[in-house]
Design a binder for this molecule. Structure first.
Ligand code: AP5
Ligand code: MG
Length: 203
């Protein structure tokens, strides 16, 4: 299966991508995670991406497309692209690279997004994603490592990211038109996943 996952910042793309990829045995390709890995390794790509990510802006299309092209060239099983494409130009670039079996959109009311993102905690060891509302301490419930917050998860940057989503990424829903399968992301993570599985089983 070759699929893309659309949705605003904090819609639950990463949370659902992990579950989908585990169930269907496909690769989870998150452009945000790839950029953060490069930032962590202090690569030239990472240094460039950081200037955009810290401001809540999109990394330029040509840089992002080149990174995805390189990654897809090494892909042997199916994949889920999480956070890509994010502009019409990226969608056009992706079309040149591959066909898609599914365009999935997680729809969440804007007023829920800010709380979800500012309350997010990440495990640097096992890469788990959690929310403060479900945690008893700042320690990973899976592997006991100290949890951290993403640098771009502060209120000011989140608001910029939501504006960028509305201006540049939301138009993709119209671009993909009737191929888009939308799932209600306002429910619990388990309920959202149930909705996604129903969509995928029907394909
Ligand atoms: P990226 O890392 O993709 O961030 P994003 O799109 O802003 O989305 P998030 O990762 O913040 O949210 P998510 O939807 O994955 O939610 P999650 O599951 O974690 O991109 C970061 C930056 O990199 C961009 O701003 C840009 O600069 C750059 N970039 C990346 N891709 C690019 C591209 N293609 N082109 C150009 N630049 C690019 O959940 C969030 C929280 O909510 C968690 O705490 C979670 O536990 C909780 N939660 C999840 N689901 C539920 C639920 N159903 N109910 C209650 N809580 C929930
Ligand atoms: Mg994510």
């Amino acid at each position: 299966m070759k699929m893309i996952l659309l949705g605003a910042p904090g819609a639950g793309k990463g949370t659902q991508a992990a579950r989908i990829c585990k169930k269907y045995g496909i690769s989870h390709i998150s452009t945000g995670d790839m950029f953060r890995e490069n930032i962590g390794n202090n690569t030239e790509l990472g240094k460039l991406a950081k200037t955009y990510i810290d401001a809540g802006k999109l990394v330029p299309d040509e840089v992002t497309l080149a990174m995805v092209k390189d990654r897809l060239a090494r892909e042997e099983k199916g994949f889920l692209l999480d956070g890509f494409p994010r502009t019409i130009a990226q969608a056009q670039g992706l079309k040149e690279l591959t066909e898609l079996d599914c365009v999935l959109n997680i729809d969440v009311d804007t007023d829920l997004l800010l709380n979800r993102i500012t309350g997010r905690r990440i495990c640097p060891k096992c890469a788990g994603t959690f929310h403060v509302s479900t945690l008893e301490s700042n320690v990973c419930p899976v592997c006991s490592a100290e949890l951290v917050q993403r640098a771009d998860d502060n209120e000011e940057t989140v608001k910029a990211r939501i504006d960028v989503y509305n201006a540049q990424t939301k138009p993709l829903i119209e671009y993909y038109g009737e191929n888009v399968k939308t799932v209600d992301g306002n429910q619990s993570a388990d309920e959202v996943f149930e909705g996604i599985v129903k969509v995928l089983e029907a394909i």
